[in-house]
Write a protein that binds this ligand. Structure first.
Ligand SMILES: [Zn+2]
Ligand SMILES: [Zn+2]
Length: 244
């Protein structure tokens, strides 16, 4: 499938999302970096995709708290080449990675997407964060996904009404408190089935709060899809204090 604008191909040849090596054909990674891409381990929590082997395939967090979504899944583990590419994308002003990463997400999640609802709702950034980052990575990934899969993009179904601190370095409870009241859902979500889309799922505190608000507004079925899933529990099943 050809998905690069022919004119852009001349100006900007496809390059590796990690090391910028020019690629012979459109794609996300050069051969060397592709070796450092980790797929989501096949053994993971059936509710939140936390990697690991758990009783009844349900991690300790989901067993205790349940989850406000029907299923969360990601094609990749947040490590290696994927983690480096996501970091460049979000924090190094590389909005040009929207297309290769969005296409990668589409290609590697097709089998799961086919079982998910057809409406995609990106997890929104607050306006202040949007202005400093200049683009909204979840909205861009969602746009690419919808353009090339025929799904419907709904940018106004979920709004961020509170600018929150970054979750990095916060404890589990602090993460939940930090995002409480951060979202407002449109009345259009009533009785809808939708996919909430973001770049990375870590503890899931932000996605949980977003889903709680969507549910309160009447959303019937919510799937969460992200490009990557970070390990957020230690082997003991306790939350990892070092989780990104
Ligand atoms: Zn590379
Ligand atoms: Zn879980």
């Amino acid at each position: 499938m050809r998905w690069f604008d022919p004119l852009l191909d001349v100006l900007l040849p496809p390059a590796c999302a990690v090391c910028d090596e020019v690629l012979p054909a459109p794609g996300a990674f050069c051969e060397r970096c592709a070796h450092e891409v980790l797929e989501l381990p096949s053994v993971h929590c059936r509710i939140c995709a936390e990697p690991g082997r758990f009783v009844r395939d349900t991690c300790e967090r989901c067993a205790i708290e349940g989850a406000p979504w029907n299923r969360a899944w990601a094609p990749f583990e947040h490590d290696g080449a994927i983690a480096r590419a996501v970091h460049r994308y979000k924090y190094e002003d590389r909005s040009d990675l929207s297309r290769p990463l969005g296409m990668l997400l589409l290609e590697r999640s097709r089998h799961v997407l086919d079982q998910m609802p057809g409406v995609i709702v990106p997890l929104p950034l607050h306006d202040a964060r949007f202005r400093s980052r200049k683009f909204d990575q979840a909205a861009q990934l969602a746009r690419v996904l919808c353009t090339y899969s025929g799904r419907t993009l709904e940018l106004d179904w979920l709004m961020r009404i509170k600018d929150t601190r970054r979750q990095v370095g916060l404890s589990e409870d602090a993460r939940a408190a930090n995002v409480r009241g951060a979202f407002r859902a449109s009345r259009h979500v009533a009785n809808q089935h939708l996919v909430l889309l973001d770049d990375v799922l870590t503890s899931g505190a932000t996605a949980r709060e977003a889903c709680r608000v969507l549910r309160a507004a009447g959303a019937k079925r919510i799937s969460v899809l992200t490009l990557a899933r970070a390990r957020s529990l230690l082997a003991s099943g306790r939350p990892s204090p070092l989780a990104p």
